[in-house]
Design a protein around this ligand. Sequence first.
Ligand code: IMP
Ligand code: MG
Length: 180
Amino acid sequence: MKTHDCVQSVLISAQEIQQRIAELAQQISQDYRNKGLLVVGVLKGGWMYLADLVRQLSIDVEVDFVSVSSYGRGTKSSGKVNLLRDLTTDCGGRNVLIVEDIIDSGITLSHLKDLFLKRYANTVEITALLSKPSRRKIDIPVKYVGFEIPDEFVVGYGMDYAENLRGLQDVCVLKREVYE
Ligand code: IMP
Ligand code: MG
């Protein structure tokens, strides 16, 4: 499948993404200055956002990753979160910031937040580059949101459809005929 056959339009350009990340990075740097921060990226979708975010922070942070899957090859959450890779760091007593590409139903993030709190993290906050508020099933506070977007399936900037299209520089809307 060629990219231009799958993509309907650019929703957020690479330049808009970088501008917004600069604002979020400034806020996060301010909030965690002198407090110590463990940044936890959610693989696979969140890696590109994490890479750009930490480079724009003005504080030093520790970085770790978890890998979860809830979607399989579809475009809707299966409702069950599988932890495929766990932290390699002990999050007990730490200030944790979970870095996610997009929050949709909220199931993945609420699962991860509960998990880190159960392990006695001091604080657990969330940043998601994108949020689809109309699809939320679990009401979970996301302290740092990049953009609120409508209920469209998006790809690019780390996000995939069936493992494809992660490398696009812009956040793009996937044509409905690709998955319907
Ligand atoms: P949630 O558990 O339903 O909030 O799902 C969050 C995860 O689903 C995200 O981390 C993404 O990996 C994936 N996801 C949700 N919406 C989209 C989308 O529009 N495009 C690509 N992946 C998505
Ligand atoms: Mg994800």
